[in-house]
Ligand binder design. Structure first.
Ligand code: DGL
Length: 263
């Protein structure tokens, strides 16, 4: 069974893509809302949290993990491989890099958390495939709490988008990678800011394509699919946003992933 995880609700963008393509697939989702955001934390802390999240998922029946978080995909993959040697792992950065490198006409923008942008993992990946690409990056840390608060179309979100995205817009990028799984929740505001001619590439569809190509059995329809939504801190807002975003009823369960989150 797939275990899909993120610092909070961002990984639900991967779940939405999964449910749109494979409504009867089984999965267990973990959002570490008690410790979100991860994107402002050190690489060591992100890696430690990622391993704790992953161990929790494996101990609850997941045998294949989708690291539905760019910050963890940038900083925690080695730690995850070391901690869970027998577990198959899918991260979200390589698939988005491959799509952007394929479709860009020459200028790519990347937006993400501070942790992801400062890792330069997108620039490195893109220029490895196409050395002539010009890549402009910007960290947009406030987008995560705005998405978590459900302020997807708020005036404040538009103001912050203007501030964060002006350098991207000025660079006249033809392709923009949403390098954080929370950002697809804000696609309308982001697209409005960068203009309709900029093609947006996000990780949910890119990673689903890779899973379908490499491990399709994980996406198979089940007669009685297991679809669990677990959060380390859960409030009415979490459920409301999850239900609005996914368009279905969601029962949220409480997860205790480490001593830090125990009452
Ligand atoms: N959604 C995550 C990402 O893709 C984490 C955001 C955060 O917790 O700062 O990076």
């Amino acid at each position: 069974m797939l275990g899909i995880f993120d610092s909070g609700i961002g990984g639900l963008t991967v779940v939405r893509e999964l449910l749109q393509r494979h409504p009867d697939a089984s999965f267990i989702y973990l959002g570490d809302t008690a410790r979100a955001p991860y994107g402002n934390k050190s690489p060591e802390t992100i890696a430690r949290y990622a391993v704790e999240d992953a161990r929790w998922l494996v101990s609850h029946g997941a045998d294949t993990l989708v690291v539905a978080c760019n910050s963890m995909s940038a900083h925690a993959m080695q730690a995850l491989r070391d901690a869970l040697p027998g577990t198959r792992l899918f991260e979200v950065i390589t698939p988005a890099v491959a799509v952007a490198a394929k479709v860009s006409k020459g200028r790519v923008g990347v937006i993400g958390t501070r942790a992801t942008v400062s890792s330069h993992i997108y620039e490195d990946g893109l220029t490895r495939i196409r050395p002539e690409l010009r890549v402009v990056s910007a960290s947009c840390p406030l987008f995560v709490p705005l998405a978590e608060e459900g302020m997807h179309h708020a005036r404040e979100t538009k103001m912050i988008a203007r501030r964060y995205l002006t350098p991207i817009q000025r660079a006249q990028v033809d392709t923009l990678i949403l390098g954080c799984t929370h950002y697809p929740l804000l696609t309308d505001v982001i697209q409005q800011r960068v203009g309709r001619n900029t093609r947006i590439v996000d990780s949910p569809s890119a990673v689903l394509d890779v899973i379908a190509a490499e491990d399709a059995s994980q996406l198979a329809a089940q007669s009685r699919p297991v679809q669990r939504y677990c959060f380390t801190e859960e409030n009415a807002r979490t459920r409301e946003i999850a239900e609005n975003w996914l368009g279905c009823a969601v029962t949220c369960e409480r997860a205790d992933v480490s001593p830090l989150t125990k009452p």
